[in-house]
Design a binder for this molecule. Sequence first.
Ligand code: ATR
Length: 278
Amino acid sequence: MLPDRYAVFGHPIGHSKSPLIHTLFVQQTGENIAYTAQDVPPECFEVALRTFHAGGGKGLNCTVPLKELAFQAADELTSRARQSEAVNTLVWRDDKLCGDNTDGIGLLRDLTENLAIDLSGRRLLVLGAGGAVRGILRPLLERKPACLVIANRTVSRAQSLAARFAALGPVSAVGFPGLQGLRFDLVLNATAAGLQGELPPLPDDLLAPDGDCYDLMYADKPTAFVRWGHDHGARLSVDGLGMLVEQAAEAFLVWRGVRPRTAPVIRRLRRATATGGE
Ligand code: ATR
C-alpha cells in the first residue's frame, strides 16, 4: 500500500530537522507514512495547501513564517490553536481542514518530563512577546507558577499579552530595563534576537541560585542565550531541540493516534549534532 503523505511547509525549510524526526518516528511505530519538507513562500501557501491535498496529502506541519496563515486557512480549530492564534499542525478530516497547535504542549513536556523542571510555585520569566510566546503562555500558567513576567523590547506588546492571559494566572509585563533587581527560577528565551546571534540586555544577577535557562530556539552550536545561561551560573541551560521533537510527537499523535517515544529521538539528534552529521 502507498504511504499516507505528510509534509512540513516553511520558508526557508532547507535546514528543517522535521523529516528526520518523523522518519525516526516511522521506524519506531511502523506507521505507513511518507514525510517531506516543502519550501513554501507565504504568497504560495494557499496554492501549495490545495495542491498537496489534491495529491492525497493527509496532514501538514507549518513553521515560520506560515503559522498565522495556517491559522487563517483552517476550517476548524482546537482551543489551543485558537488561543495561540497560530497553527503548526493541520489535518484534513472529511475534507475539513482542522488546525491545531502542539508547540505549547511540546515545550511543557520537554520542561517537565525530559528535564524534570518543576514549574509550580516558581518565578518564570519569558523574554519576547511575539507569536511564539502566545502559544506557550497558557500551558505555563496552567502549571501554577508563583508569577510569570513577560519582558519585551516593545513593552506594549508584552502588556497586551499579559492583559489577554490575566484570567489564567499571575502574569505581568515589563521592558528589559524593568528587570533590574528581579530574580527568576526559570528564564525562557522566545525572542528572535538569537537569529542574529544577539541577546536581549539582561542583568547579570537575573537568575536565582539553581535557576534554569531554556531557549525556544535551537542550533547546531550552543545559542547565545544558552551560553549566557552557562556564564551566569544556570543549573541547566538548554536549547529547544527537545521541544521540537515533542511538538512533532504530538502532531504525529494528532495524525495517527499513536504517540512515538521521544527520548531515543532526542538522543539521536543530539548525537548527530555533536558529531556534525545529519
Ligand atoms: P515569533 O513568532 O518567532 O515570536 P515575532 O512575532 O516576530 O516572531 O516576535 C519576535 C520577538 O523577538 C519579539 O518579541 C521581538 O521584540 P519586539 O516585539 O520588540 O519587536 C523580539 N526581538 C526580535 N529581535 C530582537 C532583538 N534584537 N532584541 C530583543 N528582542 C528582539
